[in-house]
Ligand binder design. Structure first.
Ligand code: RNT
Ligand code: ZN
Length: 422
């Protein structure tokens, strides 16, 4: 910890002793945290715009609001912004890329024509950063998704188009995973649904299951690609019915042993995903998380260190589920500095994991002994433990700014780089 400032070192030393009283090893917690990779979503950097330059706006029931200056307009700008964000986040992480962020060299490459070569630039960048990558077919913001249906579309030709896109995406996922030596999680999310009450809720689901079977027909090595499916309750314009609901995908994932993606904003507004993890992981091999924050609706706000986030982290750590969980972020805010948004959301996710890693065994022991009074009392007292001092020491040990110091870097980058973008 060569660069540790004196005050942070002193606070850490006190915190270490305080945690030791509870039998918690703070150095071990930091070492465990350093092994957790968070998949940073590329789409926070440009408001889910992509690089197809077709003039097609965002669609599919998701929305970005705000017009903060400095949005990344090219792959190079987005990579530079990601580099900046990553320099403010302790640890080694991953990149989560959407298909419409390919590098198409100014040519029109339709979604069913995307190939690994369009993603070589991203793979090279990830390799030089020592990062893994994840991938997503983009089944929105496209004329063939304009009526709100893709893989479950009543017209076979439209379904086939999206099936070809998803197949191409899996192949790209496998290419990425093979190139980087760590499997890419390729996550299928589709917007399909109805604004108003449907009469036939069944046929679209049957068509979706059939399309997914075709998408997943080819076996790919799990060393290169892992398939995930993402459920959702409602979206803008699909308030009354979403084809790929929780029950639909839960069933599909269990039956086909796919990864289930749980997005924190994809359930009833007061429903959390923390309690689902231990249940779902009894029946599916692994899960993908889209860590997000819905405010009144699936609004994809930047993740804060709230109870919902801490509960997710506690579930993963307490039940030792981290080895079967891929943690990705999914928020997009264009009303604040986009690099700060990445830094805040990712740092918070790591903070929540650190707090969970610092929990003493005494909590579980109290429960086991049937002493529920001690369980409650201890849980509450632990909230006052000096985890922040451990966090600061962790940041310094990873050579990233502690406390709020990272914001100075963001401000500098904003005036040096972002302010110069048109
Ligand atoms: C939409 C889903 C989906 C998207 C990204 C861009 O509600 O959460 O994961 O946010 O694929
Ligand atoms: Zn999501």
């Amino acid at each position: 910890m060569a660069k540790t400032s004196k005050l942070i070192a002193r606070s850490y030393s006190v915190a270490k002793d305080r945690y030791a009283e509870y039998g918690v090893d703070t150095d071990a917690a930091m070492a465990a945290l350093s092994k957790i990779a968070i998949s940073l979503h590329c789409w926070q950097g440009d408001d889910v715009g992509g690089f197809e330059n077709t003039g097609e706006g965002l669609s599919g029931g998701i929305a970005v609001t705000g017009n903060y200056p400095g949005r990344a307009r090219t792959p190079d700008e987005l990579r530079a912004d990601l580099d900046k964000a990553l320099s403010l986040i302790p640890g080694t992480h991953r990149l989560n890329l959407h298909a419409f962020y390919g590098e198409f060299g100014g040519r029109k490459v339709d979604r069913d024509e995307i190939r690994p070569e369009h993603f070589r630039g991203w793979v090279d960048w990830a390799k030089s950063n020592g990062m893994g990558m994840d991938f997503n077919p983009t089944c929105f913001a496209h004329p063939k998704a304009a009526d709100g249906f893709t893989l479950s579309h009543p017209k076979k030709a439209v379904r086939d188009f999206w099936i070809r896109h998803c197949i191409a995406s899996r192949e790209i996922g496998a290419f990425i995973g093979k190139s980087l030596g760590t499997p890419a999680v390729t996550n299928v999310w589709i917007p399909d649904g109805f604004k108003d009450t449907p009469v036939d809720r069944l046929s679209p689901r049957q068509r979706l299951a059939d399309s997914l079977d075709k998408v997943f027909a080819k076996k790919l090595s799990p060393k290169h690609n892992l398939d995930a499916v993402e459920c959702k309750l409602f979206g803008i314009g699909s308030e009354s019915y979403v084809v790929g609901s929780h029950e639909f995908y839960m069933g599909y994932a269990v039956k086909n042993q796919k990864l289930l993606c749980l997005d924190a904003g994809h359930f009833h507004p007061t429903e959390g995903i923390a309690d689902k993890l231990s249940s779902v992981l009894m029946y599916v091999p692994e899960i993908l998380l889209h860590v997000s924050r819905g405010v009144r609706w699936d609004s994809d706000h930047v993740v804060t260190l709230d109870d919902a986030l801490q509960s997710i982290a506690q579930e993963l750590v307490r039940n030792k589920l981290l080895g079967r969980t891929h943690i990705g972020l999914d928020f997009f805010d264009a009303s604040i500095n986009r690099i700060a948004a990445w830094a805040v959301g990712t740092r918070n996710t790591l903070k929540a994991l650190l707090i969970a890693l610092l929990e003493p065994a005494a909590l579980r022991e109290a429960e086991k002994a049937g002493d529920l009074t001690t369980r409650l009392a201890l849980m509450e007292d632990l909230k006052g433990m000096p985890w922040g001092a451990v966090w600061d020491a962790y940041c310094e040990s990873q050579d990233v700014p502690a406390g709020n110091d990272w914001m100075a870097e963001v401000k500098r980058y904003e005036s040096d780089v972002l302010a110069k973008r048109g």
